[in-house]
Design a protein around this ligand. Sequence first.
Ligand code: ADP
Ligand code: MG
Length: 236
Amino acid sequence: MIRAYTIASGKGGTGKTTVTVNLGTALAQLGKETYILDADVGMANIGILLGLENVPVTLHEVLAGKAKVDEAIYDGPAGLKVVPSGISLQGFQDANPDRLREVMHDLVDRCDYLLIDAPAGISRDGVVPLAIADEVILVVNPELSSIVDALKTKILTELVGGHVQYAIINRAGKDNLDFVEKKIEKSLGVKSLGSVPEDSHVRESAAYKTPVVIKYPTSGSSRAIKRIAAEISGCE
Ligand code: ADP
Ligand code: MG
């Protein structure tokens, strides 16, 4: 069974953190022991989205060799467990991305699912998360630059020994949904887990530091993410 998924895209702002937080929460709501790990050590956003931005120990300290991973695990919504990164530049500088594999192995033994939020780009801290997961899920927006960057990420993942089987199309428009999904599947050579619509509730829920699947459970984005969670966990 696949347990550790890295959520990646290449391009920034496609919705990796949004998907990580909400898919993680939706899996937790299905009763799955789920951990999310903020491997975007440079631009850490999971803590900000979940009101954990001021916690004393984060992945930064763990990757710097100053703390154990147990000290950086916090309770999120619906039983979700969260390992946030810190927001300080110094913390980013001290964090050694090569320690991430060890952290991943430590966490994956405790849970049904581990979702790793990857940074954009192809620097060292961006590449390690692609190599260590069982599967990479590409978060793609229906626009050419996002698709091209996702393809580059897929090629890079395979180069470093990782595996990409799935994509989630985020910020999808209302028209030609099936066509767009098929086109992206074909361009990237991956299977779509589903399309998450452009939905203003995503931003609104962020202001409440609450995942949209909890704050607005019947919104279009929530329903789509919950369907994807059900598919991943085989609970449909
Ligand atoms: P990334 O982690 O890939 O950089 P984020 O998850 O931080 O991307 O999302 C970038 C921005 O897009 C955020 O402001 C977020 O609220 C918004 N966003 C993400 N997904 C959606 C969506 N489906 N509908 C509307 N806004 C979205
Ligand atoms: Mg992010």
